[in-house]
Design a protein around this ligand. Structure first.
Ligand code: ADP
Length: 584
């Protein structure tokens, strides 16, 4: 697989997966549609069955309601007499009209054996049956043969459809002398069907629609009868001049028919009193709509699910991103911490090295000062004796030696100051006292050099926990440095004092000397860093001072003054008044 081909193939695969998913979705929707449609259809079928039964009952009761009336009237002596005696026919007409009106029948009429109507309930209407011959009607034939004849037909005289029931009329010797017939109209029934909005049609054995809820279906055929049969029907004049055209009707599978191209569910029930079939039909359009609605709901559910899934995935992605963000942040923080720790470690190591170097130097200094101390004081004594002897001689050897000894003493003083301290007991000492002592120790030199000295000691002075004597050494060293710095100044001035600085106190030594010349305190306190000529200083003073200040939990700073000169400041915690110990 080439490098360039890989994403293309990936894309193709994704496209194929999407296509398959789409196909499966379409198939699922089809299945859902089919299932919903068949469910709706079976419930609709059940309903249709019920409706069909109902309509059949109403039809049968309409047909059967007056079925026995011709039989009963056939026994009526007035009817028999009417057939035998033409004189009594007028009275019979009225009698039939009365019965028809009471029974709500369209017509009641009596025919002789030739089929000629001799009396009719509608005798007084302009279109009546009197004098008409109905021998061609099957019901007449049946009744003449001694049975009940039933027939549906379009009236030959009135041109109105109706249901005919006929019975034979017998004389006293039980001979058939005529036929009495009843015509029932079914208009009201059909009107009720139409009003219901439902679709009903009744077919006879020839599949001719005899009754229908839709007027244009009536007298149409579902399956056209043969030519021969059509001829017979015409002879019976059952449907008058109706052309008996076929209805646009096609039987489909699964209880369905197509009527004028529209699919319908069809329920068919037989009518008991007649060789008829009742067809109840319902369009499937509603069912299709309902099934489509179910598919629509399913599609919406799928879409909702998809949206939820996408939302859930993006939420998960966002959370994962968040988590990785947090991890990155934590990692960065850890790196920072580590860097800081490494830095602190390096600093500590540095300080450790420094302090061990200082410790070694201290030991060395201690032994040198100890060894030199005695010979030096012996030399000073000898020189003092010499000087007394040669008092009057200026620039004597003794005087020069004395200068050399002083210089050597300066050196040892520095060294002593630097010597490793013994284990000091920490005790509280007064800041003002320490400052005054340091000034006292240097007063001689200050006066000799005519340096103006200012003391700033506000009361009450705080106390510090530590070694007072060593702390005084620091102050003495700072004062001596200041004295050196103001050496070449016309009006030399030094100020020493203390001031509160937040929770700490600041002890400062300020001068108007040559200043720090751009050097930082870190550089100045490097051991052996000095601008003094050999024998004047070893460059150890500030290094030692800084370490002593540190022993007292303090820190040493140095800055140039704006008006010239420098200020050295020791910042350190006083003993807190309530606890009686170091505030730190
Ligand atoms: P030393 O006094 O032996 O030179 P220090 O460590 O005490 O050693 O001082 C180091 C250097 O710091 C001095 O040589 C000097 O250059 C500088 N210094 C110290 N105090 C002052 C000050 N008050 N004004 C200017 N420079 C100073």
């Amino acid at each position: 697989m080439s490098e360039r081909g890989s994403p293309l193939r990936h894309q193709r695969r994704r496209f194929a997966v999407a296509l398959i998913a789409l196909f499966l979705l379409a198939v699922s929707f089809l299945v859902i549609y089919a299932a919903a449609f068949s469910t709706f259809k079976s419930s609709e079928l059940e309903r249709a069955q019920g409706r069909a039964e109902f309509y059949r009952t109403t039809l049968e009761s309409a047909l059967d309601r007056l079925e026995h009336l011709p039989f009963i009237l056939g026994q009526d002596p007035a009817v028999v007499r009417g057939l035998q005696d033409p004189e009594s026919r007028f009275a019979l007409n009225r009698r039939l009209a009365d019965f028809a009106a009471r029974a709500n029948a369209e017509a009641l009429y009596v025919m002789d054996l030739d089929g000629l109507t001799i009396a009719a309930s509608n005798y007084s209407e302009p279109v009546n049956f009197l004098g008409e011959n109905y021998s061609f009607r099957p019901y007449f034939q049946t009744a003449k043969n001694g049975q009940r004849g039933k027939f549906f037909a379009i009236g030959a005289t009135t041109k109105r459809p109706g249901f005919f029931v006929a019975e034979p009329v017998r004389d006293s010797t039980d001979n058939i002398i005529g036929v009495i017939a009843l015509k029932i109209e079914l208009d009201e029934l059909v009107a009720a069907w139409r009003a219901s909005g439902e679709k009903i049609l009744i077919t006879n054995l020839d599949t001719i629609v005899v009754l229908a809820s839709q007027p244009d279906w009536q007298y149409r055929t579902l399956a056209p009868p043969s030519e021969e049969r059509l001829l017979q029907i015409r002879q019976m004049r059952q449907f008058g001049q109706e052309p008996l055209a076929p209805l646009d009707w096609e039987r489909l599978e699964n209880d369905e028919v197509a009527l004028a191209g529209e699919r319908h569910i069809r329920v068919r029930v037989p009518v008991t009193s007649q060789p008829w079939q009742l067809h109840f039909i319902v369009s499937t359009a509603g069912l299709q709509e309902r099934a489509l609605f179910v598919v629509f709901l399913a599609a919406i559910s799928v879409a909702l699910l998809a949206i939820m899934f996408i939302f859930w995935r993006s939420e998960r992605l966002r959370r994962a991103l968040d988590a990785s963000h947090q991890d990155r942040k934590r990692l960065l923080r850890e790196i920072e911490d580590r860097k800081a720790t490494e830095k602190a470690l390096a600093k500590t190591q540095n300080e450790l090295e420094k302090s061990s170097r200082m410790a070694a130097l201290g030991q060395l200094a201690a032994s040198v000062t100890h060894e030199l101390g005695q010979p030096l004081s012996a030399m000073r004594n000898y020189i003092a004796i010499e000087e007394m002897n040669a008092a009057q001689k200026p620039e004597s050897l003794a005087t020069r030696l004395s200068g050399l000894v002083r210089r050597m003493e300066n050196i040892t003083r520095d060294l002593r100051f630097f010597a490793q301290p013994k284990q000091h007991q920490k005790t509280p000492f007064d800041v003002a006292k320490a400052i005054e002592n340091a000034v006292g120790l240097t007063r001689h030199d200050l006066q000799a050099r005519q340096i103006e000295m200012a003391l700033n000691l506000p009361t009450p002075a705080p106390q510090i926990l530590g070694d007072g004597a060593r702390f005084e050494q620091v102050l003495v060293n700072l004062l001596r440095n200041a004295m050196s710095a103001v050496d070449d100044v016309s009006a030399p001035k030094i100020e020493i004092g203390w001031a509160p600085a937040g929770d700490n106190i600041a002890i400062y030594v300020a001068d108007n000397g040559h200043g720090l010349k751009g050097q930082q305190i870190e550089e100045l306190q490097e051991p052996f860093r000095t601008d003094k000529p050999s024998g004047e200083g070893m460059g150890l003073g500030l290094a030692i001072s800084a370490s002593i200040v540190k022993e007292h939990a303090g820190e040493l700073f140095a800055v140039d003054n704006e008006q010239g000169g420098a200020t050295f400041t020791i910042l350190l915690p006083p003993i807190s008044k309530d606890k009686g110990q170091s505030g730190q």
